[in-house]
Structures are given as structure tokens and as C-alpha cells.
Design a protein around this ligand. Structure first.
Ligand SMILES: NC(=O)c1ccc[n+]([C@@H]2O[C@H](COP(=O)([O-])OP(=O)(O)OC[C@H]3O[C@@H](n4cnc5c(N)ncnc54)[C@H](OP(=O)(O)O)[C@@H]3O)[C@@H](O)[C@H]2O)c1
Length: 250
């Protein structure tokens, strides 16, 4: 029986590579993003693979639209077995250009966009007592990093949300995981003008995520060296942490 996955943010970067990897493993992938042409390219690129991708364009900040898309996917392709909620962006600003509207926009896309996607798919999975969900957070969720007050807060919110849901969902037959990637080369990070330690290629990140999703592990984090460093920083008392954070290039 064909397994059905829904990947948001499937038009580029990590989401596109996850969709390709899943299609390579025989999955039928419903790919969502706002840019139709990106999704058409994804669909074309899955031709010849054991699985396929089907385009379901949507803006995840529109809750009603997302609800309708999930319903359409399930009608067209069958029940969603796996949801990879990956759509997101990085709006960068510091203390001097701190901006409430930009902060709200960041939270709306990264947090509410994910929540809008999670609600209908999680409801359907709970009804069936079966399903797998992966939410793409970031290693920035571990601790506040320079110029990432909004981005980091949005990702920390997702991590905390998944920690809260995991035990309850387990009892309902649904497994939710949080994904904490370090720097991955994508159109998003191509904009960065600072050194990105332990930068990973998007296809390698996607292979790691998809391989881990065959198990039920809660946290999927990569690359491991960067994860260990940031886990260590998370344990430091504030005065030590800030002495390191002050030296992080902006
Ligand atoms: N790259 C990294 O180093 C890194 C590290 C940690 C975590 N992450 C996270 O990984 C996820 C993917 O990032 P990426 O680096 O692959 O970025 P990317 O290449 O910019 O891809 C983001 C995808 O999300 C979609 N998207 C953005 N806003 C959307 C909206 N409102 N509705 C629907 N789709 C939307 C984009 O398509 P449209 O613009 O066409 O909608 C695009 O397909 C993000 O959540 C990001 O925070 C990335």
C-alpha cells in the first residue's frame, strides 16, 4: 500500500529535499508552498522515482485554506501517514532595529503557520489512532542567539509545543518529533553574510531526517558535532553563556 506524506515548504531547501527523498523511497508526497512554479518543478523532478509528488499550493498562515488543503489531500491521495511541517522563514534583526511588526510576522509564519497545519492533520491522525508528525524547529531553539530574537523565539515555541504534545499523542497512537537542524545550505541561508559553522547540504539533512522518521525518536538533531556544542552551551550558567554569545559573529 502506498504511504502518503504531506510536506509543507516543499518548494525549496530542506522541504524540497525531504519530499524528493520520500518519493525516492516510494511515498506519495503532497507538497505545499505558496510558489506554484517551485511545486511544479518538484513534481517534475519526482518523475522516474518509485514514488511521486503532487502539488497542493497553500499559504500556511491562512488557517481556513490549510484546513481545506488537508481535506483535499486526504480525498485525493488517502489518509496522511506522515506530515513534515517545515514551512518557515528567518526574519533577522537586532536590538537597534527591533521591530514589533517584523516580530509578529516571524511568529505568524513559523509558529501559527505550523499550528494551522498541525491542527487538521493531527485531528485526522488522532481519529485514526495512527500517524507520524515531524515539526522543523532549529538548533536556535536551545538558547537565545544574537540577531535571532524573533526566529529563536518562534523555534523555541515549536519545540516546547511538541514536548507538550508528545506524551499525550503517544497514548493516542500518534508520534510527533521535533527536528533541530544546524546550518543547512538552502535559499534561506544563501542570504547569510556570516560564517556558518558545520554547514550541511540540504540533501544530506533530508536523508538524515527521513531515515530517523522510520523510528519513533522524539528529537532529530544534526549535525552531531554542532548539536553537542550547542547542548553544552545550553547547560552553561548565564554569565558564561553570554561571554560566549558576545563573541558570536553577527
Ligand atoms: N536552512 C537552515 O540552515 C535551517 C536551519 C534550521 C532550521 N531551518 C528551518 O527549516 C525550514 C525550511 O527552511 P529552508 O532553509 O529550507 O528555507 P527555504 O529554502 O526558504 O524554504 C522554505 C519553504 O517554506 C515555504 N514557505 C515559506 N512561507 C510559507 C507560507 N507562508 N506558506 C507556505 N509555505 C511557505 C517556502 O515557499 P514559498 O515562499 O513559495 O511559500 C519554501 O518552500 C524552515 O522552517 C527553517 O526555519 C532551516
Amino acid at each position: 500500500m502506498t504511504r502518503v506524506a504531506w510536506v509543507t515548504g516543499a518548494g525549496s531547501g530542506i522541504g524540497r529535499e525531504v519530499a524528493l527523498e520520500l518519493a525516492g523511497n516510494g511515498w506519495t508526497v503532497a507538497g505545499s508552498a505558496r510558489t506554484q512554479s517551485d511545486l511544479e518543478r518538484l513534481v517534475g523532478d519526482t518523475q522516474g522515482l518509485p514514488g511521486r509528488a503532487v502539488a497542493y499550493p497553500v499559504d500556511v498562515t491562512d488557517a481556513a485554506e490549510v484546513e481545506a488543503i488537508v481535506e483535499r489531500i486526504e480525498t485525493d491521495l488517502g489518509p496522511v501517514d506522515l506530515a513534515v511541517l517545515n514551512a518557515g522563514t528567518y526574519i533577522r534583526f537586532g536590538a537597534e532595529d527591533f521591530d514589533a511588526a517584523a516580530f509578529a510576522q516571524q511568529l505568524n509564519i513559523n509558529v501559527m503557520g505550523t499550528v494551522n497545519s498541525l491542527a487538521p492533520v493531527m485531528r485526522a491522525m488522532i481519529r485514526r489512532r495512527q500517524g507520524r508528525i515531524a515539526v522543523i524547529s532549529s538548533l536556535t531553539a536551545y538558547r537565545g542567539l544574537p540577531l535571532a530574537s524573533a526566529y529563536g523565539a518562534s523555534k523555541a515555541a515549536l519545540t516546547n509545543m511538541c514536548e507538550s504534545l508528545r506524551p499525550e499523542l503517544e497514548n493516542l497512537g500518534v508520534y510527533i518529533s521535533i527536528v533541530h537542524p544546524g546550518f543547512v545550505r538552502t535559499p534561506l541561508t544563501d542570504r547569510n553574510d556570516f560564517p556558518m559553522p558545520f554547514l550541511m547540504e540540504a540533501d544530506a539533512a533530508a536523508r538524515h531526517i527521513v531515515a530517523e522518521l522510520s523510528g519513533n525518536r522524539f528529537e532529530i538533531a544534526m549535525p552531531w558535532r554542532f548539536v553537542m556544542i550547542l547542548k553544552l552551551l545550553r547547560c552553561l550558567p548565564y554569565f558564561l553563556y553570554f561571554s560566549v554569545a558576545r563573541r558570536i559573529p553577527k
